[in-house]
Design a protein around this ligand. Structure first.
Ligand SMILES: Cc1ncc(COP(=O)(O)O)c(C=O)c1O
Length: 479
């Protein structure tokens, strides 16, 4: 299968120097080799777009300016940071015009494709007409998008608060839960990521995303992680931990429970089957609200469903959205029921840019593109195809400990020992670096930094999937 997309290079064989991991292979990725047994190198699918020539400052100049004026905690991927100047659908281009397959979707955010023409056109038209107005006046994009969004959410989840980010959406959701219930305690999952403000940093349970500041009222339950968790894939068994937390760690009443359906930043861990129904029952029994953080798993990314929580057969009380909702435009949302939303009327919710006409116009265009281009179906078909290919790759390469996720929310965990599941962060970096040099961008996550995150735009094709897998295979074969 993989062979089909390898291109024979005949006698002028090219050899990858993988041991030179510290050096960029951009120039020396391939060279003639007399005794190379690998006769094929992966070939990127053809694509009919060429970016205009770039005549701006060099990558080195951009990097120097960034280091001078941007905060020092802004890290970058790759030893030799990538400078991107153009993007089209599932592809990105650097300053030299070199094309990359974007299998990370700029952290699961580009849903329809970079600079998708319809999204772009909608944004441009709205920008020319009215770029900003406060929600104190009437405007059409915010109501149209709210209505469209509500048509996609189940039951009476049909009231929308707009925000600018996932952090803001989750902060608001936690506030609503606390106000609505009159309780303070929230339960979230270990290894979850929900944002970087005060309540959301508290709900986040990965040490590399937490500062040592006071974080109150949150309890982190066992992660129902089928790969490393103590109960394997037995969701209901993990759910008992939530009961125990309620029993021993709270007054017996809680404000709510928040979780992702598939933990994105944490390394694409899909909650064990049967987990959420049990937990939602327990939480509701003690007066709490159930919050589904759909920042990564929403908007058809999982393929099988439009929302990630649907795979567990539950209906939350509050849904939080961001990332893919705007295809890269800063936009977030909280969707809940009219009854729950009412609690905010005592003081209102002031958010200057929440529901901005340009952002909500983009949101509406994204929904239309997902529907018109059958992107959920594509995420399901191509995502399943890609996952199966990656599972095949796991058979071949011992370093792959696990392949998981669904649709275009896939994770590949690298381990140096399959039995012990010893994380392989250095090898992960190495493979990522080499794949970048071969034109494929993938993400990385997990507390140990040993999990690839494959979260491309939903227009990713089978040919792209083949190229990605072939590239990973090529790199791993040379390790
Ligand atoms: C599941 C989840 N929730 C919330 C957030 C926070 O979103 P933002 O970075 O837009 O604040 C993220 C960001 O990665 C996320 O993955």
């Amino acid at each position: 299968m993989l062979r089909q997309i390898f291109e024979s290079r005949g006698s002028a064989l090219l050899r990858l120097r993988l041991n030179q991991s510290r050096r960029s292979l951009t120039k020396l990725a391939y060279e003639t080799a007399e005794n190379d047994h690998q006769h094929f190198v992966p070939k990127m699918p053809a694509f009919d777009y060429k970016p205009p020539p770039y005549d701006g400052p060099s990558a080195a100049e951009i990097l120097a300016k960034r280091q001078r004026h941007l905060n020092p905690c802004m890290t970058y991927l790759y030893t030799n940071p990538l400078y991107l100047v153009d993007g089209k659908m599932q592809y990105l281009f650097d300053e030299s015009g070199r094309r990359y397959l974007d299998a990370f979707g700029c952290i699961a955010t580009v849903s329809c494709g970079h600079c998708h023409p319809q999204v772009l056109e909608a944004i441009l038209n709205q920008t020319k007409k009215l770029q900003h107005t406060t929600a104190l006046y009437l405007n059409r994009p915010i109501v149209d998008f709210a209505e469209a969004l509500a048509s996609k959410t189940p039951g009476d989840l049909n009231v929308v608060f707009f925000t600018n980010s996932g952090t803001e959406a989750n902060e608001l959701a936690l506030l609503i839960a606390r106000l609505h219930t009159g309780s303070h305690d929230i339960i979230s999952l270990r290894n979850g990521y929900h944002g970087n403000a005060s309540a959301t940093m508290a709900a986040t349970a990965q040490r590399n995303h937490k500062y040592n500041v006071v974080q109150t009222g949150i309890h982190h339950a066992l992660n129902p992680d089928p790969y490393r968790g103590i109960h394997g894939s037995d969701g209901p068994k993990y759910a008992k931990d939530v009961d125990e937390i309620i029993m021993y760690g709270t007054s017996g009443r809680i404000a709510g429970f928040i979780s992702e359906a598939i933990q994105g930043v944490g390394g694409v861990y899909e909650l064990a089957p049967g987990y959420l129904p049990e937990v939602y029952n327990s939480v509701r029994k003690v007066g709490g609200l159930c919050i589904a953080d759909e920042v990564q798993s929403g908007f058809a990314r999982t393929g099988s469903h439009f929302w990630g929580f649907e795979a567990q057969g539950v209906v939350p009380d509050i849904i939080t959205l961001a990332k893919g909702i705007g295809n890269g435009v800063p936009l977030g949302a909280v969707v809940t029921t009219p009854e729950i939303a009412k609690v905010m009327t005592s003081h209102g919710y002031l958010n200057t840019f929440g529901g901005n006409p340009v952002s909500t116009t983009a949101g509406l265009a994204v929904l239309k593109v997902i529907e018109n281009e059958k992107l959920q179906q594509n995420a399901s078909t191509v995502g399943t195809y890609l996952k199966n290919q990656l599972l095949d790759l796991k058979e071949k390469h011992e370093i792959i400990g696990d392949v998981r996720g669904r649709g275009f929310l896939l994770g590949i965990e690298l381990v140096t020992d399959r039995e012990l599941k010893t994380p392989a962060p250095l090898e992960t970096l190495h493979v990522m670096e080499q794949m970048r040099d071969m034109g494929v961008l993938i993400g990385k996550g997990g507390v140990h930094g040993n999990i690839f995150r494959i979260t491309p735009a939903l227009c990713f094709t089978k040919e792209d999937a083949d190229f990605l897998v072939a590239t990973m295979d090529y790199v791993m074969s040379k390790m």
